[in-house]
Design a binder for this molecule. Sequence first.
Ligand code: DQA
Length: 147
Amino acid sequence: MSEPILLLLSGPNLNLLGQRQPEVYGTDTLDDHVLASTETASSRGLALEHVQSNHEGELVDAVHAARGRCAAIVVNPGAFTHYAWAIHDALAAFEGPVVELHLSNPAAREPWRHTSVVAPVADGTISGFGSMGYRMAVSAAADLLDG
Ligand code: DQA
């Protein structure tokens, strides 16, 4: 039997990690984070798929495509976190665990980052732990799947 799939979703501007505001987001690239996530997922018996997009609709489509096919979702929605209700609605229609992830701690930053429209449809949020957060979020999703 094939391994259950964990979908890692990355929102806008995360393709620039490593170059983008390293003082806030660190020097690891998105590929580095995907590799760490894949290793953690594999150690927990999960296959990892990754989708990055700068376009809200493509992330909505990726969540729809995960329905009935993927076991869990870890999502760093980037700035979409703060206003993208279509991503909220898509995640609400996903049946498995959802873990929201941020490299930085949005609650400690500008006021407009203090609202997450994703948090109400996530099982939980991991934020502020930098690159460690990817391993933590994948482990949290695996723990939720293990029940
Ligand atoms: C982020 C936090 C968001 O506020 C920001 O817009 C991002 C990255 C993070 O990982 O810390 O693009 O999601």
